[in-house]
Design a protein around this ligand. Structure first.
Ligand SMILES: Cc1cc2nc3c(=O)[nH]c(=O)nc-3n(C[C@H](O)[C@H](O)[C@H](O)COP(=O)(O)OP(=O)(O)OC[C@H]3O[C@@H](n4cnc5c(N)ncnc54)[C@H](O)[C@@H]3O)c2cc1C
Length: 481
C-alpha cells in the first residue's frame, strides 16, 4: 500500500512525486511507457515562460509566475541546466504594437517584473540577427530556458533516491476504490494500492478521470512541429524570440537551447490522434517560413533533426486541477506553460492534499540535491584527469559529436531512473543528439546496454516495445544462405 500513486512520469508527475516524497509519503510513479518523459515532456519548446501572456486571474497565470520564480532554485538543486536568457515578442507593425501593449498590461496584472516595450533601435542592438522588418518588441527579462526531459529525469531520479518507486510499462486501465483506498490496475494485470491517486497522465488525463466516474472535461491533442539546428547556429539569438500570440498559442519561436542548438517551431494544429507524432512537410515548411520572417540567418539546411510534440489541451481553457473525489486529484489540460509551472503545480497539489485532511510531514532525511549529470564536459582538463584516474571509462569518448564518455553512459544505465533503451541513454547523456544523430555511437551504446542489462545486442531497443535495432549477425545469416 502506497500513500500516493502518481499516474504519469512526465515533468509534472515527476515534480509532484518529488514533492510528495519530501512530505514523507511513500510514493510510486506509474507510466505506460518504457521510460520516463515520453509524453509532452519529451518534445516541447523548453522555455520557462516569464508569464506575461496567460490570461490574468487564471490558474495558468498564477502557476506560471510562481513556477518561473521557483525554477532556478529547483534546477540548481537537481543539477539541471538553466539559463535566464530573457525573451522578446516581436512586432512588425502598428497593430502588433497595440497587441504588445495589451500583453504588457496583462503581464503587469500577472505580476511579471521587468517587462518593457522596446523600439527597433534597442531591439536590433540586443539582437542584431532579428529581421529588419521587426520594429517593436516586448522584452521579458525573466524568461529562461531549460531542458524538459533533463528536469523530468532529475526530479524522478531525486524522488527515487529518496525512496519513491517507478513502475514502467504500467498502462492504467482500471481504478477502483473502497474504504482502504484506491486500487490502480494495469493492462497487464499488475496492481498498485494507494490512499491518494494523482492523475498526471497528460493527453490521457481525461480518460483516467473517467475511470473514477469524472466526465467533467476532455483533453485533445494539438500538434507542434519543430526543427533543431546544428550547434553552429546557436549564436543566432541569445533571447527567445516569439511572435505575437494567437488563440492557438504562443506562435512560432526561435530560441537557443541550453545545449547550444537553435530550435525553430512549433506549429499549432488541432487533431484527434493522441499518439501521432509524425512531422509533415507542410508543418516543417511553415516553421521555416515563419522563422525566416523573424531572423536573418537561420539556415534550415543546417537542421540536424525534426520532431513533433502533442499539447494536452483541456476543454476548460485553463489548467484543470481539481479533486472529483477524496484522494483523487486531476492534474489535466497541462498544456503550455506546464513546464514553466511544474514546480508550482507540485506545491499546489501538496497544499490541496493538506487542505483535504491528508497528513503531510517533512521527511527529515530528504535530500533535495542531485549531482549534475552533464558536469563532466564542463570540467577543466585537470579535473577530468582526476576522474579518469579513478574511473578510466570517463577517458573513453563514445559520442564524438557531443563529447559523451563511456563513464557517463554507464552512469545513465546504472542510476535512477535507469536508462534501458538507446533513446533513454540519449535523453540522459546527449549521446546520439549531435550532428550525426547516433550514426557513429549507437552501436557502441547498444553494446554497453546489452552488457549492463545482461541481454543480447539483438534484444536492445531504440525506445521499448518492438523497436529493435539489430535482427541478427550478418555472418551467421550468410552461413545459413
Ligand atoms: C509543442 C509543445 C510546446 C510546448 N512548449 C512549452 C514551453 O516552451 N514551455 C512550457 O512551459 N510548456 C510547454 N509545453 C507544455 C509542456 O510540455 C507540458 O505542459 C508538460 O510537458 C506536461 O507534462 P505532464 O507531465 O503533465 O505530461 P506528459 O509529459 O505528457 O506526461 C504524461 C505521462 O502520462 C503517461 N500516461 C498516459 N496515459 C497513461 C496510462 N493510461 N497509464 C499510465 N501512464 C499514462 C504518458 O506515458 C506520459 O509519460 C509545450 C508542449 C508542447 C506539446
Amino acid at each position: 500500500m502506497y500513500d500516493a500513486v502518481v499516474i504519469g512520469a512526465g515533468v509534472v508527475g515527476g515534480l509532484i512525486a518529488r514533492k510528495l516524497t519530501s512530505c514523507a509519503l511513500k510514493v510510486c510513479i506509474a507510466d505506460k511507457a518504457s521510460d520516463i518523459a515520453m509524453g509532452a515532456t519529451k518534445a516541447n519548446s523548453a522555455i520557462v515562460h516569464a508569464g506575461f501572456d496567460a490570461k490574468a486571474g487564471s490558474l495558468k497565470a498564477k502557476l506560471n509566475k510562481l513556477g518561473s520564480d521557483m525554477m532556478e532554485k529547483v534546477c540548481s538543486e537537481l543539477g539541471v541546466k538553466y539559463i535566464r536568457n530573457g525573451s522578446l515578442v516581436l512586432g512588425y507593425n502598428d497593430e502588433d504594437k497595440k497587441s504588445l501593449e495589451a500583453i504588457l498590461e496583462n503581464g503587469k496584472l500577472n505580476g511579471i517584473e521587468g517587462l518593457k516595450l522596446i523600439d527597433s533601435k534597442e531591439l536590433h542592438h540586443l539582437e542584431p540577427n532579428v529581421s529588419d522588418d521587426a520594429i517593436w518588441a516586448l522584452l521579458a527579462p525573466t524568461g529562461a530556458i531549460v531542458c524538459p526531459y533533463e528536469l523530468c529525469e532529475a526530479a524522478i531520479g531525486n524522488a527515487m533516491d529518496n525512496g519513491a518507486e517507478l513502475e514502467l510499462g504500467f498502462e492504467v486501465c482500471e481504478i477502483t476504490n473502497d474504504e482502504s483506498g484506491y486500487t490502480i490496475v494495469a493492462k497487464d494485470g499488475r496492481k498498485l494500492q494507494a490512499k491518494i491517486v494523482i492523475n498526471a497522465a497528460g493527453a490521457y488525463s481525461d480518460e483516467m478521470a473517467k475511470l473514477v466516474g469524472d466526465n467533467s472535461f476532455d483533453v485533445h491533442p494539438r500538434k507542434g512541429e519543430y526543427i533543431l539546428l546544428d550547434k553552429e547556429y546557436g549564436f543566432v539569438t541569445k533571447h527567445t524570440l516569439f511572435t505575437v500570440p494567437t488563440k492557438m498559442g504562443k506562435g512560432i519561436l526561435v530560441s537557443p537551447t541550453v545545449d547550444g542548438n537553435l530550435i525553430l517551431g512549433p506549429t499549432a494544429v488541432d487533431f484527434d490522434e493522441k499518439e501521432n507524432k509524425q512531422t509533415t512537410r507542410e508543418g516543417i515548411n511553415s516553421v521555416i517560413a515563419e522563422s525566416r520572417r523573424m531572423v536573418k540567418n537561420a539556415p534550415s539546411n543546417m537542421a540536424i533533426t525534426s520532431f513533433c510534440g502533442l499539447r494536452s489541451v483541456g476543454s476548460t481553457g485553463d489548467f484543470i486541477i481539481n479533486s472529483p473525489q477524496k484522494g483523487f486529484i486531476n492534474v489535466a489540460g497541462i498544456e503550455s506553460p506546464g513546464l514553466s509551472a511544474s514546480p508550482a503545480i507540485a506545491e499546489y497539489i501538496a497544499d490541496m492534499l493538506k487542505n483535504d485532511g491528508f497528513k503531510l510531514d517533512v521527511k527529515a532525511d530528504f535530500n533535495p540535491v542531485r549531482e549534475a549529470t552533464h558536469k563532466f564536459s564542463t570540467l577543466s582538463d585537470e579535473e577530468k584527469n582526476e576522474i579518469i584516474k579513478k574511473d578510466p571509462s570517463f577517458g573513453k569518448i563514445i559520442c564524438r559529436c557531443e563529447n559523451v564518455t563511456e563513464g557517463e553512459i554507464l552512469r545513465a544505465i546504472r542510476t535512477n531512473p535507469k536508462a534501458t533503451t538507446l533513446d533513454g541513454v540519449k535523453r540522459r547523456t546527449r549521446a546520439q543528439m549531435g550532428r550525426c544523430q547516433g550514426g557513429f555511437c549507437s552501436p557502441y551504446i547498444t553494446e554497453l546496454l546489452a552488457k549492463e542489462l545482461g541481454i543480447s545486442m539483438e534484444a536492445v531497443t531504440k525506445s521499448g516495445k518492438d523497436s529493435f535495432i539489430l535482427t541478427g549477425k550478418t555472418k551467421e545469416d550468410l552461413k545459413d544462405a
